[in-house]
Ligand binder design. Structure first.
Ligand code: NAD
Length: 441
């Protein structure tokens, strides 16, 4: 077992989001202080409390949050998660990440996020339905096709999105309300390619990054040893797609633990095992490992695809991967970023790495508003173009920032990371619209 070093690192995700933002600002000239304050803090935070009738006849009160971080570039956009650890600070940080994510891939949305404090593993389907319907009713017109558009996230899925749509539609009869939420089932306005979009986007972004020779010693996925933390929508599909591209999946994990096999795991068989037993643990022919051991696994590429703050000051030095692809949102703390940069570990940042989901959510929104149904070729082709372009812009900006750092004109003496470059592109894009719209009264 790996030893855990005690740490006093601040694991508040919004503090991390602020630090990322403030660090990126050292590479940008001339943003006024008032605009900086406006850009980092959320436009609106909703905290609702609502009672729900449980299956055993009792009544329980639930807390839900929806944060609209910024909407100067378009309606808020971002997932809703159901998890016992959801907090206002976490949802605010995730909403801020969405503002930068939609900007860096250049889709006409702002940033939003939501969550309900609950444990879906202990709730029945009908309890989840009642929680969802009541939460949506409480949010009222805070969500809507042109105001703020939710999507799936941790422990929410197509079914949750169908309930959200249905409840909103009941509240707004006589209109085409499909675009109020994305990630819906195909038969009620979902888009082909949405379910696999996050992982598909991560694959396209990774392949493009490798093509740009940013990761010393790894030119392609052929034969690359990959470890994946989290085996849900993002992680399990990433394992399948990276495997199909020639990578060897040497370790995977979920909330109950991990498994490894240096000869390679078959991602489809692991998924079948998880669907049958509820976990990847216990998969035949694999060695059981902990989540801490997975993060430190001897591999070329580590894909954190579970929750935030997984790689921190206390375990970043143990990482052996040469590339980290942030499928999850905020899986690395700022302290971890620094340690990994010193170790020459390249990090493909979340706002680019997992943007495929929101890109195809945008395609779904467009199809809903226009009553269109695109085929997979069109969705996938456009997704690929968006992801490759975003990676190219980030890498080009990174090269530019490095030049600036050498001259000492920007960066305050430090070397830029890809995260800095992606954040610079995103912040400049949002700040430009703030100035063009002249948003002041
Ligand atoms: P999901 O609910 O489908 O899967 C989450 C997985 O993480 C599950 O396998 C679960 O067992 C595992 N997990 C939970 N806690 C864990 C822990 N402590 N250690 C290891 N594994 C743990 O969720 P998802 O939609 O795949 O989201 C995963 C991450 O990807 C989140 O950070 C989410 O914000 C991000 N993301 C998702 C999407 C999307 O479209 N679904 C888009 C962008 C980003």
């Amino acid at each position: 077992m790996l030893k855990r070093v005690e740490t006093t690192e601040n694991l508040d995700l919004f503090e991390n989001a602020k630090q990322q933002f403030e660090r990126a600002l050292t590479w940008i000239d001339g943003i006024k202080v008032g605009i900086i304050d406006y850009l980092i803090n959320p436009k609106r935070t909703m905290h609702v409390r609502f009672p729900v009738h449980m299956d055993d006849g009792s009544i329980q009160t639930f807390h839900g949050f929806r944060v609209l971080h910024n909407r100067v570039r378009g309606p808020g956009k971002g997932g809703i998660r159901y998890h016992p650890d959801v907090t206002s600070a976490e949802v605010t940080a995730l909403a801020a990440f969405m503002t930068w994510k939609t900007a860096v891939v250049d889709i006409p949305f702002g940033g939003g996020k939501g969550g309900v404090v609950c444990n879906p593993k202990e709730l029945s389907r009908s309890e989840l339905r009642r929680i969802t319907r009541r939460f949506v009713a409480e949010l009222g017109d805070a969500i809507g096709p042109y105001t703020d558009v939710p999507a799936p996230d941790v422990y929410t899925d197509q079914q949750t999105m169908a309930w959200i749509y249905d409840t909103f539609d009941l509240m707004h009869p006589g209109k085409n309300n499909l675009a109020v939420v994305t990630g819906k089932p195909l038969d009620i306005g979902g888009s082909v390619g949405r379910e696999s979009a996050t992982a598909q986007g991560s694959l396209y972004a990774t392949v493009q990054l490798l093509k740009r020779s940013v990761v010393p010693g790894i030119e392609s996925l052929e034969g690359a040893r990959v470890a994946v933390q989290g085996y849900g929508n993002a992680g399990a599909i990433a394992a399948r797609l990276f495997h199909a591209e020639g990578a060897r999946i040497v370790a995977v994990s979920d909330s109950r633990g991990g498994i490894s096999n240096d000869d390679g795991l078959d991602p489809e068989e692991v998924l079948a095992h998880k669907n049958e037993t509820g976990s990847v643990v216990g998969f035949l022919g694999a060695t059981e490992i902990s989540n801490e051991e997975l993060l430190a696994y001897d591999c070329d590429i580590l894909i954190p695809a579970a929750l935030e703050c997984q790689v921190r000051a206390d375990n970043a030095a143990d990482v052996k991967a040469r590339l980290i692809v942030e499928c999850a949102n905020g899986p690395l703390t700022m302290a971890a970023d620094g340690i990994l940069q010193e170790k020459d570990v390249v990090v493909l940042p979340d706002i680019v790495a997992n943007a495929g989901g929101v890109v195809v959510s945008y395609f779904e929104w467009v199809q809903n508003l226009e009553n269109q149904q695109w085929d997979l070729e069109k969705v996938d082709g456009r997704l690929r173009k968006k992801m490759e372009h975003a990676v190219d812009e980030m890498v080009d900006r990174w090269i530019g920032l490095k030049e600036g750092a050498k001259k000492g004109t920007v960066g305050g003496g430090s070397a830029p990371t890809l995260r800095d470059a992606a954040m610079v592109v995103a912040i400049e894009r949002v700040a430009t619209v703030v100035l063009q719209r002249d948003i002041w009264p």
